[in-house]
Design a protein around this ligand. Structure first.
Ligand SMILES: [Zn+2]
Ligand SMILES: [Zn+2]
Length: 120
């Protein structure tokens, strides 16, 4: 009768301690934030930064440092948006052009702008 209770439970590796929280600073606000809240609430590493930037813009009207956005700016009406994602900005421009027939300019910090018009 072998009582072989080999106690070696394989412990799955838990989430590593996050010592180095990513931080974001904003010159306009003169502040710096860590992304603990976003990481906890959004729980997606890369998107925490984007989420913070979008929230910051929504609540303060500007983006924090180091964020370069894609802007889609209608030439014929006051509609304009800013997105971190190029595809999102272009999709907005294309949809706006499609529904209104307006020409929309899409540009990015380090890129020349392109104009999106409704294609008939
Ligand atoms: Zn700010
Ligand atoms: Zn328009």
């Amino acid at each position: 009768m072998s009582n072989d209770s080999d106690g070696d439970p394989t412990v799955p590796p838990g989430p590593a301690d996050v010592e180095d929280l990513p931080t974001v600073s904003c010159e306009r606000c003169g502040r710096e934030w860590d992304l603990a809240y976003e990481l906890e609430e959004v729980a997606v590493g890369n998107q925490a930064f984007e989420q913070f930037a979008l929230d910051h813009q929504r609540h303060t009207g500007h983006f924090p440092d180091g964020i370069s956005t894609w802007r889609a700016d209608c030439r014929q009406c006051p509609e304009a948006i800013q997105r971190l994602d190029e595809r999102a900005a272009r999709r907005w421009a294309e949809t706006h052009a499609r529904h209104t027939g307006h020409a929309v300019e899409v540009d990015h910090a380090d890129q020349e702008s392109t104009t999106i018009e409704r294609s008939e």
